[in-house]
Ligand binder design. Sequence first.
Ligand SMILES: Cc1cc2nc3c(=O)[nH]c(=O)nc-3n(C[C@H](O)[C@H](O)[C@H](O)COP(=O)(O)OP(=O)(O)OC[C@H]3O[C@@H](n4cnc5c(N)ncnc54)[C@H](O)[C@@H]3O)c2cc1C
Length: 407
Amino acid sequence: MKKIYDVIISGAGPSGSLLGYFLSKKNINTLILEKEKFPRYKVCAGGIQWKALQLLPFDITEVIEKEIYGIYFSRKLKDIFYKKYPEPLIYTLDRIKLDDFMSKKALSSGCSINFNEKVRDFEINNDEVKVHTEKNVYFSKILVGADGAGSIIYKKLNKDKKIHKIIGYETEISLNDLSSYPSAGDSIVLDFGGIKKGYLWIFPKNDHLSIGDGGPVKDALNIKKYLLWFLQNYPDVLGKQNFFQNKLINKKIKENVHFLSMAQVNGVGKSKIKSKINAHFINVRSDKTFLCDHRVLSVGDAAGFGDGFTGEGLYNALLSSHIAFESIVHAFSDSIFNFSDYYERTNNEIYKNIKYSLLISKIFFSAPFFYYKMIKNNDNLFNSCAKILRGEKIYSDVVNKLKLIKI
Ligand SMILES: Cc1cc2nc3c(=O)[nH]c(=O)nc-3n(C[C@H](O)[C@H](O)[C@H](O)COP(=O)(O)OP(=O)(O)OC[C@H]3O[C@@H](n4cnc5c(N)ncnc54)[C@H](O)[C@@H]3O)c2cc1C
């Protein structure tokens, strides 16, 4: 029998699940097709901005791990300084838990989710979209690509257009056997200078540290190498800075990290080591990349809504799902399925800021040492950056304050 839905969403990450939740609450018959079985691991530092939390229609306190107030800045583990902010800068969470939690919210609102079912292809016709998975064929009025940086929709509709990509590496250092020691509490680490046009981070969670770095794809090899170097060297250096607050935890992490790094260097298979270094892309939109067309649109990473400076994408993913929801409701009420309102609103509310993020990235990485010193010595600048991290300000506010070019 022909399986017909109002909307089919490819992908049950945060953008897909939030959109599925909203549509189903509005009695729009929605199916999410998700290639993985949840709960599943997702390469991500798991930092979420205060302003992203404001976009969620349900409370996610139970999956928030840490409130972050402080940042240890370093340049290749030297020239370390610490800054604190009176309000939480970001919150950390574990994507295994967040994505599982959000998919359950979508299910509870009446949305159908088929896990373990990958979208393989689709055809857009005048009156409907035909979606092929590895198991089935489905039909819908609208198809939404919420399938992340490797999106099948993004790939097919972008054809040969060049996609600007950032590569990110991440590993998780377990603190499970260290639970009786105080771990890094309410601070993150941001390390610059080891990677051209990128940075390295440590984000603490309840029972592990997420450590990773990212930058331009063409420097992928160096970015991974730098992460390995950092993993071998950071516990000693940061231990002295009170980041781990305890000498014993420092020693234990070093043992753990040494094991991980040696395993990576020697190419030990992933089944043999508990932690490993994982990689994933972040797509950053340009004027020409696909966003929407007749009966089809993309949200989140599948639309290239990654931040060109920090690589963050959760806020834009959730915001694009809000806009997509309103646009889909309009499409059904007007029977016009070209999503021109989605195009305009995301351009104004998301893409404009992405362009500023690319400009900020260009400015910062043209003289990283100079700007590093500026943040170190100028509390006003740090406070402006803190407001951007929280989401109280956007890049254009800082660009305008520094009297730089306007977009
Ligand atoms: C190393 C790294 C660190 C990051 N750290 C942060 C951070 O700290 N803060 C932040 O805000 N952002 C961060 N990001 C970006 C963030 O992870 C993404 O912006 C966010 O996950 C986007 O959500 P999404 O729902 O659009 O896509 P995703 O979370 O990628 O979800 C896509 C879903 O689609 C599924 N899927 C894919 N293909 C198919 C298919 N063909 N058929 C069916 N299902 C499919 C996938 O299994 C997945 O579940 C980071 C990214 C990387 C790579």
